[in-house]
Design a protein around this ligand. Structure first.
Ligand SMILES: [Zn+2]
Length: 469
């Protein structure tokens, strides 16, 4: 069996064939780091984390590149609003983003390139496009000449003519065609700028991903991904830039995850109907939000609501309880001889592992893969209730269970992070314990918080707390 994945480019499920045997080169578009991310952005990060983990589980060596857009109009506006530099805005929200990814249980990407650290690569990319007649300069701006790239529209299945007739003509622009998009924007007053052959300015949005993907993954790589909203124009423009420059395919497979809806409308910053990942994880925990994401196939839309999150929490807790009960049993038999795994258990575990792989091989069907985990949990519960055990069997079940949960990044230990409200409550309780001179309890609470990575500081205004980073 091989991994099959849905390729937006062909609109079909295709067998995955790596460019280089045993390797996967994966690029997924990252956030513009001007604010906290919302639950829709969080989904994308978890989807591509699981895709990466699954390729690794199947023996591939994965290089995962996930960029940060650290200069654009929104960044400049945020910097002006906050009265700090664009780079300071970026630094702040990159750290907040990485904190969110950690809370969601994502593994760090191999490379997190930032636009502002790749200006020379971007400039030489644009020079290459100008040299090929695919880009032109007007008054310090550089535009991509869309009509010169005959494959334009192949990803989003639109023809240049259709796009042309629907295009809005901006009166204040000097483009040859309304379809042409900016590769380089001339400096405006007070904006962050870099020197270029076309005068001071900064890159447009799309060019960064072409330049950075190519730098870290090569002219042609395996998989390019992102949220569905990036398909057009962002990814279409990336293809035009990259294939226009090299004459080679840019990415073999294009993967897009579905939207997160709220009240059945797409969650987005521009619609103003978004929930921040930070708020959702403070309310439910990162492991629950992740479990919610993975309970639906990545290409389908999901609807966010407190009720659905609550039921995700219950589902995850059932998996965690099965794990804990078996682990407890294991601790009771720790000193036992191993024993032998019965034929029945052996073949049942084999069958479940095979099912799990089949479902994940089928375009990363995490929803069905989770169903396999539930089936295994059920068998574990039956085993625990049976009262005839041996250590080898307990270990065989535990080991497969942990292995499969780890592929999805599902957290089995019930060491849920403390929620903000729980921390406040414990601090209040500790304060009261000290007033009551119950120092044993006060110390217990201090140690508990310390174990959970919560640092307490005495300040003139009372106890302040923060999470260890
Ligand atoms: Zn991108």
């Amino acid at each position: 069996m091989a991994i099959q994945l849905y390729n937006t480019l062909s609109k079909e499920k295709e067998k995955f064939e790596p460019i280089e045997a045993g390797k996967v080169k994966l690029y997924a578009c990252g956030p513009t780091v001007y604010n906290f991310i919302h639950v829709g952005n969080g989904r994308m990060s978890v989807v591509f984390d699981v895709i990466r983990r699954y390729f690794e589980y199947r023996g591939y060596d994965v290089t995962y590149v996930h960029n940060f857009t650290d200069v654009d109009d929104k960044m400049i506006k945020a910097a002006n609003d906050l009265g700090i530099t664009v780079l300071d805005v970026a630094e702040k929200y990159i750290q907040e983003y990485l904190t969110d990814l950690h809370t969601l249980g994502n593994k760090p990407a191999d490379v997190n390139p930032r636009v502002t650290e790749h200006i020379p690569e971007i400039i030489s990319f644009i020079e290459g496009l100008i040299a090929k007649g695919l880009a032109y300069e007007v008054k310090g701006d550089v535009y991509y000449r869309v009509h010169r790239f005959s494959d334009y529209g192949k990803l989003s299945r639109q023809s240049i003519d259709d796009l042309q007739s629907g295009a809005r003509v901006e009166v204040d622009e000097d483009k040859e065609s309304p379809l042409d998009f900016a590769l380089w924007k001339h400096a405006k007053d007070g904006e962050i700028t870099w020197n270029s052959p076309w005068g001071d300015g900064r890159p447009g949005w799309h060019i960064e991903c072409s330049a950075m993907a190519m730098k870290y993954l090569g002219e042609t790589f395996d998989i390019h991904g992102g949220g569905r909203d990036l398909c057009f124009p962002h990814h279409e423009n990336e293809i035009a830039q990259s294939e226009g420059l090299t004459g080679k395919p840019f990415a073999h497979y294009w993967m897009h995850n579905g939207f997160v809806n709220i009240d059945n409308e797409k969650m987005s910053k521009s619609l103003g109907n978004f929930i921040l990942v930070r708020d959702a994880t403070n309310a439910f925990g990162g492991a629950v939000l992740r479990f919610f994401y993975l309970s639906t196939h990545y290409r389908n839309p999901i609807n966010y609501s407190p009720d659905i999150l609550e039921s995700a929490k219950n589902g995850l807790e059932r998996l965690q309880t099965a794990y804990h009960n078996l682990k407890h049993l294991h601790s009771l038999y720790a000193k036992d001889e191993g024993g032998k795994v019965s034929e029945e258990i052996h073949s049942s575990l084999d069958a479940l592992q095979t099912q799990f792989i089949e479902r994940m091989d089928d375009d990363f069907n995490t929803a069905d893969a989770i169903a396999v985990l539930f089936e295994l949990a059920k068998q574990m519960n039956t085993y625990v209730a049976n009262k005839v055990y041996n250590k080898a069997e307990i270990e065989a079940m535990l080991s497969l269970y942990m292995e499969l949960a780890d592929v999805l990044g599902i957290q089995l230990d019930i060491v849920q992070e403390l929620l903000d409200s729980e921390i406040e409550q414990l601090i209040a309780e500790r304060k009261q314990a000290r007033i009551d001179r119950n120092f044993t309890r006060a110390d217990e609470i201090r140690d508990l918080l310390k174990d959970k990575g919560i640092l307490l500081e005495d300040t003139p205004q009372g106890i302040r707390w923060r999470r260890e980073s």
